[in-house]
Design a protein around this ligand. Structure first.
Ligand code: NDP
Length: 249
């Protein structure tokens, strides 16, 4: 453990698995108090125990980021508990791949509600707190898919493109308030993300794509996030794109 983020409070959404879980551990490891949020409370409790066992401070909150009222209540609870919010990692996301023609449009709504609106609700809820503090850092998890589109990934691409556009606009609105904005764009990371794809052929394509390279681990992305949020206040790391070495597109 180090104390680079001692006294800082970080929220990590989607902390019940994968990149969010690794990020919560990484930020706790550098001294942050971590508020961990997701829908699966049993997974959050297990993670909270690991953080506590490592000597960290943690608050777990069961919340669905696609529900604005739940997101507001989550941020209010954290603020009431600790009196500040220094870092928000907007990580919760789903990747429900499939061709546009013939798609189940419910998948589209879920992706837009979680990947885009969820991230926007959380940002909206923390901004007044960060402005009043005169400092803050918002880290938005996009993807290589936020920079390069392919057949069969269009709506996921659209949600991650939206994250990029929103983040750059946000940066221009809040840099004078000493609020930093970082976009993280991972390539293939070994998590449960592709397991939730509902379209069988898209799921099989994703399985083959993930299986074709030595993927990144969640900890590789968590390390990039920890790097971005531990820079001195005058350094605004705006964008980090990380692919596995073996990934071409
Ligand atoms: P996981 O499926 O392991 O994690 C996704 C997390 O999001 C889970 O903790 C899940 O928790 C949470 N989540 C999903 N829906 C909701 C919701 N409605 N409300 C609150 N939390 C929710 O995948 P990853 O760790 O891979 O994904 C994390 C982020 O990284 C995503 O934004 C993804 O798009 C992005 N990414 C991942 C890549 C990869 O290859 N793995 C590549 C590029 C980007 P719960 O179900 O408990 O709510």
């Amino acid at each position: 453990m180090s104390d680079k983020l001692a006294g800082k409070v970080a929220i990590v959404t989607g902390a019940s698995s994968g990149i969010g879980e690794a990020t919560a551990l990484a930020l706790a490891d550098v001294g942050a108090t971590v508020a961990i949020a997701a829908r699966r409370s049993d997974r959050l409790e297990a993670l909270a125990k690991r953080i506590l066992d490592q000597g960290g401070e943690v608050l777990s909150i069961t919340a669905d980021v696609s529900d604005e009222a739940q997101v507001k209540a989550m941020v209010q609870k954290i603020h009431a508990e600790y009196g500040r919010v220094d870092i928000l990692v907007n990580n919760a996301g789903v990747m429900l791949l499939g061709m546009i023609d013939g798609a189940n449009t419910e998948d589209w709504r879920r992706m837009i509600n979680i990947n885009v609106l969820g991230l926007m609700y959380a940002t909206h809820a923390v901004l007044p707190i960060m402005k009043a503090q005169g400092a803050g850092h918002i880290v938005n998890i996009s993807s290589v898919a936020g920079r390069f589109a392919n057949a069969g990934t269009g709506v996921y691409n659209a949600t991650k493109w939206a994250v990029g556009a929103f983040s750059e606009s946000l940066r221009k609105e809040v840099y004078q308030n000493n609020i930093r904005v970082t976009i993280i764009e991972p390539g293939l990371v070994a998590t449960e993300l592709p397991q939730h794809i509902t379209n069988p052929s898209a799921k099989e394509r994703a399985r083959q794509f993930y299986g074709s390279v030595r993927t990144l681990e969640s900890e590789d992305i968590a390390a990039a996030i920890a790097y971005a949020v531990t820079q001195p206040p005058h350094v605004n790391v705006n964008e980090i794109l990380i692919r596995p070495t073996e990934q071409e597109r």
